[in-house]
Ligand binder design. Structure first.
Ligand code: ADP
Ligand code: MG
Length: 324
């Protein structure tokens, strides 16, 4: 099959047809229209087989995750996702694999009315790069840099489940089967917090999505905002699956340092706290206050009001202790 036929067979078959896409797949460039009173936010994320997802991951999960990690970045900016492009490198042409992969991509795209408008297809070791774009009202976007001393620190959802699934895959942890399935689903099919992100736009002072672990991503907010933070360990939201699998200390370790959660971490001033809670409850997203921003320029943790040493084994690419 020629490259063009492959593109036609797999990538042009999508249900989403946005009015602001003047030219989609098929020309040298896509053409989209923008309005004057909007900003466009743009992000790119690459998934490499064996690095960003385990080698046995299903093609549908890979497609879903490739889109989800990008929409999670768009959500963290408080924007509404609109268009993606997809650069994919495939080791071989496998129709079944591609059609499963596309079902993962397009399901999430349809859910959020996001249109695939172009890309590139090449042969080589499996790798997927997606660029996503989103829209916000002019000047209204969230960033990492607005947190102020005294602001409250919140997260969406539960933390650490994806890391628990990864640990299980490495056979470090044995748990009951239904628990494995629950956390495995969170690792394979992360839910980007798209609606929550847009609801936060009017209220949060800073936001980031948690891809590298709570401590690492909180560090990014603190650095960009020139502040410090205290995290109340007993407040960190953990799923029932996590609580049933591990002791508290080990759960907290995964929640603090494990990656791949794709929850939102954000800060809000005291006077906007109630408004934010109301706005978020309308999106059906659970949020938890886990600490407070301070002027210290460091991150600290407390347990039952007592300071505890910080446990930081966060994942960084190119580090010698690469742990995913
Ligand atoms: P060019 O050689 O001009 O870069 P290509 O032959 O690579 O064009 O692609 C033809 C059309 O198909 C373009 O519109 C391109 O954006 C689109 N396309 C190629 N690969 C993909 C893909 N993986 N997903 C979506 N669109 C793709
Ligand atoms: Mg061209």
């Amino acid at each position: 099959m020629k490259e063009f036929e492959l593109i036609k067979q797999f990538f042009t078959k999508q249900a989403v047809k946005r009015k602001d896409v003047l030219l989609g797949i098929g020309d040298d460039c896509a053409v989209v229209s923008s309005t004057e009173n909007q900003n466009i936010v743009v992000t790119t994320d690459t998934l490499v087989a064996g690095v960003h997802f385990p080698l046995g991951t299903s093609p549908k999960a890979i497609g879903h995750k490739a889109v989800a990690v990008n929409l999670s970045d768009i959500a963290a900016m408080g924007a509404k996702p609109s268009w993606i492009s997809l650069a994919i490198t495939l080791p071989e042409l496998n129709n079944d694999w591609l059609s499963e992969f596309c079902s993962g991509v397009f399901e999430l795209c349809e859910y959020y009315n996001v249109q695939l408008i172009g890309g590139d297809t090449t042969q080589g070791p499996l790798s997927i790069t997606i660029t996503a774009q989103g829209l916000t009202p002019e000047g209204k976007y969230l960033s990492r840099s607005g947190a102020k001393a005294g602001d409250w620190l919140y997260v969406t959802g539960d933390l650490g489940d994806a890391a628990l699934a990864l640990q299980h895959l490495k056979e470090d942890i044995l748990t009951g089967n239904d628990i494995i399935e629950q956390v495995q689903h969170k690792l394979d099919f992360p839910k980007p917090r798209v609606l929550a992100g847009q609801a936060l736009r009017e209220y949060a002072s800073a936001a980031i999505d948690i891809s590298d672990g709570l401590l690492a991503d909180l560090g990014h907010i603190c650095q960009a905002s020139n502040v410090g933070a205290n995290v109340v360990l007993e407040a960190i939201p953990l799923s029932d699956a996590m609580k049933q699998s591990l002791l508290f200390d080990d759960s907290i370790d995964l929640a603090l340092n494990g990656g791949d959660d794709y929850e939102l971490l954000f800060t809000v001033s005291e006077d906007k706290k109630v408004g934010l809670q109301t706005a978020l409850s309308h999106t059906g997203t659970a949020i938890t206050c886990i600490g407070q921003i301070n002027a210290s320029q460091t991150i600290s943790t407390t347990l039952n009001n007592k300071p505890v040493p910080i446990r930081n084994s966060c994942f960084e690419h190119f580090s010698s202790q690469n742990n995913t």
